[in-house]
Write a protein that binds this ligand. Structure first.
Ligand code: DX5
Ligand code: ZN
Length: 215
């Protein structure tokens, strides 16, 4: 099976025991940070102080997923905190191309996140500028939701678009990922799997991470 990266989403961790929780997911490849503003999505998550602490406590690269109406306002803050990957939902930004360049200028990888009902054709004009695309396989806002299988058709189309243009763009899938659907997602060509509840809801986080890798 092709190699996949596992991004542990801290949204489902026990924030009262952050140090222990982060140590327990150290075998993941990335830490996924779901930043929610209570406007773009009907939920609030966490901001700068907690991300600063997370970045002190973990050596894993930080993958920020912005579910906010004003992603541009967070670029400098997150870059200063050492975030490596920055994705945003394109409907939140009028000037998508400029925002992508600003993210890259601050040394971060730029990604666009697509909700389940947004087709990959909306990326036609920006795909060559992206480092990755985040395909939502649940509606954004909460962990612990059920996987929406129509993402498989989007992975296939996106894979073809990437191949046709011979681009180094990676595909990240986020929402409802478990050891049951991970193998099919990896076979479909997904490069990064995000998981919150499957990892943090299991007894042994390292075993859950291995399970997602198909090991
Ligand atoms: C949902 C977030 C996801 C979430 C995934 O809005 O973007 O990253 O944490 O949670 P699970 O893996 O439980 O579906
Ligand atoms: Zn996410």
């Amino acid at each position: 099976m092709p190699e996949v990266q596992i991004a542990a989403s801290v949204l489902s961790c026990d924030f009262g025991n952050l140090e222990r929780e982060l140590a327990a997911v150290s075998t993941a490849d990335l830490l996924h940070l779901d930043i929610m503003d209570g406007h773009y999505v009907p939920n609030l998550s966490f901001g700068q102080p907690l991300i600063a602490r997370i970045s002190e406590l973990s050596d894993l690269p930080l993958d920020a997923h912005l579910m906010v109406t004003n992603p541009a306002d967070h670029i400098d803050i997150l870059a200063d905190l050492g975030v490596k990957m920055f994705s945003f939902h394109q409907e939140c930004e009028h000037h998508v191309h400029r925002l992508v360049q600003r993210i890259k200028d601050r040394g971060m990888q730029a990604g666009i996140a697509l909700n389940p009902a947004v087709p990959v054709s909306t990326l036609d004009c920006i795909l060559p500028d992206l480092d990755y695309v985040l395909l939502m396989s649940v509606n954004p806002g909460f962990s612990g939701q059920k996987f929406i299988p129509s993402v498989f058709a989007k992975i296939k189309t996106l894979k073809e678009m990437i191949k046709r243009q011979d681009l180094p763009v990676r595909i990240e899938v986020d929402g409802g990922v478990t050891a049951e659907n991970a193998a099919a997602l990896i076979s479909a060509g997904v490069n990064i799997l995000v998981s919150a509840s499957y990892i943090f809801g299991s007894k042994n986080y390292a075993a859950a991470i291995s399970g997602l890798r198909g090991l």
